[in-house]
Write a protein that binds this ligand. Structure first.
Ligand code: HEM
Ligand SMILES: *[C@@H]1O[C@H](CO)[C@@H](O)[C@H](O)[C@H]1NC(C)=O
Ligand SMILES: *[C@@H]1O[C@H](CO)[C@@H](O)[C@H](O)[C@H]1NC(C)=O
Length: 395
């Protein structure tokens, strides 16, 4: 055969999967034209009743995309024989799963098997940002949902007391410049809350007045939500820069940003013009929302965001690691429950199940080990311990 023809065939073979692998603004134009609007309307509807949903969705996209790409892997509920990202320490207090499930259910009624959960997460976060006064940015669609969700992938998400140089490294690894990292943190932490179990008052210098407030708000209340931006907790704005420099932020990482020799000068410049970061934030969010997406024929379109379409098949290739947990307890861990096992978990059975799973999960390194009758099932004594464990993670 003509060498050029061979080349052409090889070339086309190499290129065609890429062509179908594109995300597009009008990806669902034919298959589900109202998809984006349905997501937007649902987020807006919830926001009216519960403005906190905006922050929940923003954090959700960060945790989905930073752990193995924007593929909805963060939504998978753990099963008795199958770990998932949801169980990782940094993900313990994630919220918004119930709204994602609601949106998915509506979309399934209108256009079954078409719109991915990963697209709902990405578009939902953008809507949350807009509703709190943040910038608009394009979220092209066509993401596919993952066939895996490993706890290990999320264990390395940045923890609340991550050192600044390490944070800079982690963001650089995902393709973000220093300014983009700062913009993301500033925007992200200008709305929403952190729970007291993530707060370490003495881990970095802190304003004495702010410390007094924080100490009394958190006294004996590990699950208490503390606003990240104490001035305008529900508004997307540039308060972050001044608050961090003044050491008036509850999370260690945010106070450290105001001290590190690489970040401090940038925070200072931005605190003089606290809207200047907004275009950078928008650009960085657009970038975050397409990190390592699955497209084309990869992955699947989940029918229900909390589980793989074929959990049986998926579990064969996943970490099998629970031998001692009552399956009835596990049944409570649906994605519309309050946090599985977070310190605020309402159902004691669920909390207990999660504690057991946490203990087992922590005992298993590396993945793909089958600890049948594993003797090292640790139980945590109280919610407080969960907090300490999170902070003690690989930061
Ligand atoms: C070094 C990087 C980061 C660290 C260590 C970090 C850590 C945290 C922690 C510990 C919380 C409290 C969670 C809770 O108690 O529920 C939190 C909240 C939050 N983070 Fe970050 N974060 C980082 C970057 C980001 C980025 C890049 C975004 C988004 C662009 C973001 C958005 C949020 C939002 C919106 C909340 C509030 C969530 C809510 O109210 O439910 N964070 N972050
Ligand atoms: C501490 O709380 C008081 C009362 O809510 C408030 O007026 C003050 O601004 C707070 N101080 C700081 C540093 O946040
Ligand atoms: C997974 O394992 C189950 C039984 O344990 C089996 O019936 C099923 O065919 C397996 N799936 C795959 C994809 O291997």
């Amino acid at each position: 055969m003509d060498a050029r023809l061979v080349f052409l065939i090889l070339f086309l073979a190499a290129v065609s999967p890429l062509a179908s692998a594109q995300l597009a603004k009008d990806f669902y134009a034919k298959s589900c034209p109202d998809a984006e609007k349905m997501i937007a309307d649902a987020v807006a509807g919830r926001f009216k009743k519960d403005p906190h949903i905006a922050a929940a969705l923003l954090r959700l996209v960060f945790h989905d995309c930073f752990a193995n790409g924007c593929d909805a892997s963060v939504l998978i509920d753990p099963l008795s024989n199958q770990a998932s990202e949801k169980e990782a320490g940094p993900n313990v207090d994630l919220k918004g799963f119930d709204l994602i499930d609601e949106i998915k259910a509506e979309l399934e009624k209108k256009c079954p098997d078409v719109v991915s959960c990963a697209d709902i997460v990405a578009v939902g976060a953008r809507e949350g940002v807009r509703l709190t006064g943040g910038p608009d940015y394009d979220v092209p669609m066509g993401r596919r949902d993952s066939l895996v969700s490993n706890r290990e992938d999320a264990d390395n998400l940045p923890g609340p007391d991550i050192a600044v140089p390490k944070a800079i490294d982690e963001f650089a690894k995902q393709g973000f410049e220093l300014e983009e990292m700062i913009a993301l943190l500033a925007g992200g932490h200008s709305i929403g809350n952190c729970r007291c179990f993530f707060v370490e008052i003495d881990a970095a210098p802190i304003d004495p007045d702010f410390k007094k407030n924080l100490t009394s708000s958190c006294d004996g209340k590990e699950s208490e939500p503390i606003p990240l931006d104490s001035v305008t907790p529900n508004v997307f704005d540039g308060n972050y820069f001044a608050l961090s420099l003044a050491k008036k932020m509850p999370l260690t990482v945010d106070r450290l940003m105001g001290l590190d020799p690489r970040t401090e000068p940038i925070l200072k410049t931005l605190s003089d013009k606290p809207t200047d970061f907004i275009p950078t934030f928008a650009k960085a969010m657009a970038k975050l929302s397409v990190l390592k997406v699955l497209t084309g024929k990869d992955g699947e379109i989940r029918k229900s965001c909390g589980e793989f379409n074929n959990p049986q098949a998926a579990s064969n290739t996943s970490v099998i690691r629970i031998s001692s947990v009552d399956p009835d307890q596990m049944a409570g861990l649906s994605s519309s429950q309050p946090l599985p096992g977070g310190p605020a978990a309402a159902d004691p059975a669920v909390a207990e199940a999660k504690k057991i799973m946490d203990g087992v999960g922590a005992a298993i390194q590396p993945p793909n080990v089958v600890p049948v009758g594993d003797p090292v099932v640790k139980k945590e004594e109280e919610p407080k311990a969960a907090g300490h464990k999170l902070r003690g993670g690989p930061l």
